[in-house]
Write a protein that binds this ligand. Structure first.
Ligand code: PLP
Length: 402
């Protein structure tokens, strides 16, 4: 291939990214893909030979490395090996998958559940197999990319409403043809902003306009609700969403995704969704780890209380120091910086003081809204959080963000 042919679309795309990366590397502002070489307790990691406080983790309840979960994974390897015999419908299904799916269904108060090998594949496959041409899918503008991709792949007409704006959602629903099939999909907690969807109003509107409702609980499972069961428990509205999606890669320290719902829906997905039929089953260690993690959440309720206390300390502390944190009320705390360069500069200062945070810049977020996407977990201690906030404050002042 001739890499000097600037007319070529592929060359153009590769060059645009390569040039941006080379520039960031040259000026010492490239922070992505740094390998963690050791987990040191739930809240610290070794990166580039340095012991750092981790404020970029999805392991919200601090379950990564939990002895019970590690043991379940190791026992599963001893019993089944490291892989499966292929796809679920043929020889890939293990009793471990069944157990995990029963655990998820029970945890979510659903009739049944089905698992996939990633959250991304779950959204892609479930949405595109449920809906097709002739249907309508209506999404919050800040929904995760895996939902967007699933919607595009489905062939259904794809509509978006302003972020968490229920009047805008209603105006879209109102204008759809009577009797048409509609699916409303939203994140429960938004992955870049940390705010919670107005679930009661979404449920009301979905019922009023006879739309199916799907909720993505990637960042609310284990986080929201007294016992961590998610957004329905948080609002005391158990059993109201039609399709409950979640991941096994965040609070649940494994990998994979699930859909929970009515038995018929799960039977359908287990026989008609392509990621289930055409992609190998979840490995035994990951299925066993995920299964055990749900049990640990119920056995160790202090983790949710500690996460809530740490979240409060972090949001209040960052706001008191003068930063804008948008509308977050969860452990995902956007620390707004303005332009991309400021977000990179704040990251560099923080990492130089052993606070591992990462920047999220455009196009992942709108230009001018570059930020640190900082997170706290149940594994942090109050004095560690105070130290991280002081580092961010000093850096923010130096760069002129606050
Ligand atoms: C809201 C949301 N849905 C789905 C996914 C995809 O999950 P996974 O990383 O398990 O593939 C993510 C991942 O970040 C997410 O934030």
């Amino acid at each position: 291939m001739d890499f000097d042919n600037n007319e070529d679309i592929v060359v153009g795309r590769i060059k645009a990214i390569t040039e941006r990366l080379e520039h960031l590397q040259e000026v010492g502002l490239y922070f992505y893909n740094q390998p963690v070489t050791e987990l040191r307790g739930g809240a610290r990691v070794l990166i580039n030979g340095r012991d750092m406080g981790l404020y970029a983790s999805y392991s919200y309840l601090g379950l990564l490395g939990h002895p019970r979960i590690n043991k379940a994974a190791k026992d599963a390897i001893d019993r089944y090996g490291t892989g499966t015999h292929g796809v679920r419908m043929l020889a890939g299904t293990l009793d471990l998958h069944r157990e995990l799916e029963e655990t998820i269904a029970e945890f979510k108060g659903a009739e049944a559940a089905v698992t996939y090998t990633s959250g991304y594949a779950t959204n892609l496959s479930a949405i595109s197999s449920l809906l097709g041409r002739g249907g309508y899918v209506i999404c919050d503008k800040l929904n995760h990319a895996s939902i967007v991709d699933g919607c595009l792949m489905s062939g259904a007409k794809f509509l978006r409403f302003r972020h968490n704006d229920m009047d805008d959602l209603e105006s879209r629903l109102k204008n759809l043809p009577e009797g048409s099939t509609k699916l409303v999909i939203v994140d429960a907690v938004f992955s870049m902003d940390g705010d919670v969807i107005d679930f009661p109003k979404i449920v009301e509107l979905s019922k009023k306009y006879h739309a199916w409702l799907m909720i993505d609980e990637a960042h609310s499972l284990g986080m929201l609700g007294k016992t961590g069961r998610g957004i329905e428990e948080h609002f005391g509205m158990e059993g109201t969403a039609d399709i409950n999606m979640g991941t096994l890669s965040k609070t649940i320290p494994s990998v994979g995704g699930y859909i929970a719902g009515k038995k018929e829906l799960i039977e359908f997905l287990s026989h008609a969704s392509r990621a289930y039929i055409f992609s190998a089953a979840l490995p035994p260690a990951q299925a066993a780890a995920a299964n055990e993690a749900f049990k640990v959440i119920l056995d160790e309720p202090w983790r949710i209380e500690k996460l809530n206390a740490n979240t409060k300390q972090f949001i209040n502390g960052i706001q008191e120091r003068g930063f804008d944190t948008l509308n977050t009320s969860t452990a995902i705390v956007p620390v707004l910086c303005g332009d991309d360069e400021r977000a990179f500069a704040l990251t560099r200062e923080a990492q130089q003081h052993d606070v591992f945070v990462l920047p999220v810049v455009s196009p992942a977020v709108p230009p001018g809204l570059a930020r640190l996407r900082a997170t706290v977990t149940a594994a942090h201690e109050a004095d560690e959080i105070e130290y991280a906030m002081n580092v961010i404050e000093t850096a923010g002042k130096k760069i002129g963000i606050i």
